[in-house]
Design a protein around this ligand. Structure first.
Ligand code: PAF
Length: 298
């Protein structure tokens, strides 16, 4: 093993780059009877990620955060090269939260020469974001499967901000019998309600002001559906409003079942209003829960 690939202690957090060193650390914790939580990230950590880490810490005495900008979930024309990276800042934030270990593999550690396996999730992994980013969920599902198998945590924590991703990850863990509890954490928002995202850094001040309206619109649509309005009417109203707000384009605005992501016309079970819009160099996604409509008795 070369010195570079040995565990290193950066700002009090153990940092490893290899699966072997990750497994060694997790094995020692398990032998001591500790539960282990994993928070998969692509770095450039903001308060939304830190909420995931705090949730993992609440549930498990040992917490691993993976930091890997996964090339497989970016199409060739997408922002892999520009995606924000801030390793020193990330390590400082994770040290402040008392994270036990950061797993920061290189590309070859995750995708060694000859790598030929892809995990795809039908159903939840189709439509919505997959309609315009057809490569995306196979890339996410493959890397998340690998991270879960590499770390074998008791709990893995994901943000509800990427709601379709959360449903896809729940599905693959269930389907592949990976013994892990997948936990979703509510979206952390800026003061005006904009969902926190590493890609918000791409917004100009004018675009940032417009972007703040997305969550308000989603809350309005969710309110209409919760009051009993049919999805077709509420979504048509919402799309018209979105078109006038200054976004460049709307990828989708949909009402879906919260568990399966199947389209629903009325929220008789927990549902989600989900949207993706584009403005300037950014693509923004967000969603809001819709409580089931209670039918009046008699
Ligand atoms: O949500 C993300 O940051 C990524 O999609 C994930 C889950 C870390 C997989 O690369």
């Amino acid at each position: 093993m070369t010195a570079r690939r040995s565990p290193s202690l950066a700002q009090g957090v153990v940092r490893v780059e290899t699966v072997a060193n990750l497994r060694r650390a997790v094995g020692v914790w398990r032998a001591d009877g500790h539960r282990v939580g994993l928070v998969p990230t692509m770095g450039a950590l903001h308060a939304g990620h830190l909420a995931l880490v705090e949730e993992a810490r609440r549930r498990c005495p040992r917490v691993v955060v993976s930091v890997f900008v996964n090339p497989a979930q970016f199409a060739p024309a997408e922002d892999f090269d520009e995606y924000p990276r801030d390793e020193a800042g990330d390590m400082a934030k994770l040290a402040a939260l008392g994270v036990d270990l950061v797993f920061a593999p290189g590309r070859d550690e995750i995708y060694p020469a000859g790598f030929a396996t892809t995990v795809t999730v039908a159903g939840a992994g189709a439509g919505l974001c997959a309609a315009t980013r057809p490569h995306f969920f196979a890339g996410v599902a493959t890397v998340v499967t690998k991270l879960l198998v590499q770390c074998l945590p008791d709990v893995a924590v994901f943000g509800e901000k990427d709601y379709q991703q959360l449903v896809v990850v729940r599905r693959l863990a269930r389907d592949l019998d990976i013994p892990v509890e997948i936990v979703g954490v509510p979206t952390v928002r800026e003061a005006d309600g904009l969902a926190m995202s590493s890609r918000n850094a791409y917004l100009t001040p004018d675009e940032r002001r417009i972007a703040g309206g997305l969550n308000v619109l989603l809350a309005d649509v969710a309110g209409r559906v919760a009051r009993g309005e049919a999805a077709s009417g509420a979504l048509a109203w919402g799309r018209q409003r979105l078109a006038g707000m200054g976004f460049d384009s709307i990828d989708y605005l949909e009402l879906r079942d919260a568990e399966t992501l199947e389209p629903v016309e009325r929220a008789t079970r927990p549902a989600r209003v989900l949207a993706a819009v584009r403005i300037g160099g950014a693509r923004l996604i967000d969603n809001r829960p819709v409580a089931p409509v209670v039918e009046a008795a008699g």
